[in-house]
Write a protein that binds this ligand. Sequence first.
Ligand code: ADP
Length: 267
Amino acid sequence: MHYYAGIDVGSLATKCAIVDESGNLVSQGIVATGARVVTAVEAALKLAADSGGVDLGSIGFRIATGYGRKRVEADHQVTEITCHAMGAVRLFPGTRTIIDIGGQDTKVIRVSSNGEVENFVMNDKCAAGTGRFLEVMARALEVDVEELGPLALTSEQPQKISSFCTVFGESEVVSHVADGAASADIARGIHESVAHRVTGLVKRVGVMNELTMSGGVARNVGMRTALSAALSTSLNFNDNSQVMGALGAALIAREKHQRGHDSENPK
Ligand code: ADP
C-alpha cells in the first residue's frame, strides 16, 4: 500500500495529512510551528504516521504548502489556495466558496465543482479578522482561545467592539472588563467584530453556496455561529477543517504520483 502526505506549514501550526491510494484521509498530525520549521514538519509527519499506523517508508510522495513550504524537503510545493480548494471539495463536494481563517491571514476562495480555483481574495496585511486577533483578545479576557467560542455562546447581550485594529480592540476589551461587562458578552462582541470583517471579504468574491470553512479558526464554535449569522447562511465544517490545506496537498501528491506512474507504464 502506498500513502501520500501533505504538509501545511502555517504561521502558528504545522499540519500533516496522510491519504491512501484511494484518496481517503487516513490520519493527521498538528503541532505548533515554533521557530524551527524542520523540527515541526518532522513532528507533524511522525504524529500523523503513528496515529494512522503508517510506516514513514511507505509514503510515496510528499507535497508541502503553507507560508513555510519552501523550507520543507518535499517532492513539490503547491500554494495554499490550490490545496485548500482541493481539500474542501473532497470533504464537501458541493463547496463553491471557502472561507479559510488561519493564524495570520484570511482567504476567501471561489472554486468550481471539480476543485479548480476561479477567484480569491486575501487579507494578510492586518491581524484583524484572523486567528491572531482572537488570540490577543482571549488573552485580554484571560481565557484560552479554545474557550472563547463556547463562552460567547452563553452571551445574551453582545458588547460591541468597534475598533478593527488589534491594538485598539485590545484596549477596548480591557476597558469593557474594567467597566464590569460580562466576559461572555465581550467574547460575543469579539466574534461579531471578526465576522463583520470576514463578511466584507466574502462579499468581494460573492456569496455562492455551499460555503465551507477551513483553517484552525473553523474549530471555534463562536466564530462559526457569528459568521453564519452575518452571512445568513449555513457553513460546512467538520473536525478535519484545520487540516484541509494539508489534505489538499496530500491529494495532489497522490494525483501527481499516480499520473507519473501512468506515463511510465502507458496502457
Ligand atoms: P496557520 O496556518 O496560520 O498556522 P491555522 O489555520 O492552523 O493557522 O489556524 C491557527 C488558528 O486556529 C490559531 O489562531 C488558533 O488559535 C486557532 N485554533 C486552533 N484550534 C482551535 C480551537 N480548538 N478553538 C479555537 N481556535 C482554534
